[in-house]
Design a protein around this ligand. Structure first.
Ligand code: NAP
Length: 242
């Protein structure tokens, strides 16, 4: 199985790459990112190919050639309001336009059939136009439009399957700003509405499971992802007969 991981140096992307090394059914990993992906030299990472691009909106022929025959893609590229220099035009380009252009480049490259495209959205993204969120409405509007766009991807493309994963807050914190946000959510949870969260390892395991075994539901909520991730991690840790 050939898997493309877009946003390979991100918080989630890096964990997906790490876990993909443990899955024997995955024989090739295309790690798509702005920078070369460096993996622990002690681990056999020969199945990972780091493919560096300047812009997720442009796919030269040599990059498309790397996509050819892929069975699945996990798309984690996104811009969040926490990032420095955040603005809505940029957020639209990164979250919405890049997703479309990346998907089209993979289709042009000639993927395997079925080809599973798993898109990372976020829990809380409103489903309908009448449910505008109070916090960051413009930003959530971009996510909503992107989800609707991704749902239409299979139209006219035989064998293309899509899944929208909607995690809550990814609980592991690798930088001070992420730690700050995680703590903020912890405080909010104490005072009432509980915002869902998920461990990074569980989320990576859940989306890898769906890429490998098939899509259970076209939209996976945080609770689904926790359940699938825990089940997948348990399965992998169980002793296997050789
Ligand atoms: N973190 C959370 O708590 C959380 C919660 C809910 C949903 N999600 C979703 O889960 C997915 C993964 O989240 P994450 O925390 O792993 O994301 P992340 O680390 O912030 O970013 C993922 C990737 O997006 C690309 N990216 C970020 N800013 C960019 C920019 N300005 N221009 C171009 N590319 C840019 C980067 O690609 P390169 O590697 O090439 O630099 C980065 O690796 C995202 O779709 C996110 O919306 C995250």
């Amino acid at each position: 199985m050939k898997l493309i991981i877009a946003g390979a140096t991100g918080l989630l992307g890096a964990e997906i790459i790490r876990q993909s090394l443990e899955i024997p059914e995955i024989t090739q990993v295309v790690a798509l990112s702005h920078e070369t992906v460096h993996l622990d030299e002690c681990i056999d990472s020969s199945k990972v190919r780091s493919v560096v691009i300047d812009d997720y909106g442009e796919y030269p022929d040599d990059v498309k050639a790397e996509f050819a025959g892929a069975d699945a893609c996990i798309w984690t590229v996104a811009l969040t309001p926490l990032q420095p220099g955040f603005d809505f035009a940029k957020a639209k380009r990164v979250c919405q336009d890049y997703t479309k252009l990346g998907f089209e480049a993979m289709c042009e490259a000639g993927p395997a059939r079925p080809f599973r495209f798993i898109y990372l959205s976020a829990e809380g993204t409103p489903r309908g136009p009448k449910k505008d969120p109070v916090i960051l409405p413009d930003f959530f509007l971009i996510w909503r439009k992107t989800e609707l766009m991704v749902q239409r991807f299979p139209k006219g493309k035989e064998g293309v399957e899509v899944c929208i994963a909607r995690p809550g807050v990814i609980a592991n914190s690798t930088t001070w700003s992420r730690t700050l946000v995680a703590n903020l959510f912890r405080i909010i949870n104490r005072f009432g509405r509980t915002l869902p969260s998920i461990q990074r390892s569980e989320l990576a395991a859940a989306v890898l499971n769906q890429a490998r075994d098939g899509i259970e539901k076209r939209t996976l909520l945080n609770a689904d992802l926790v359940r699938l991730g825990r089940r997948e991690l348990k399965f992998r840790s169980a002793p296997r007969l050789s």
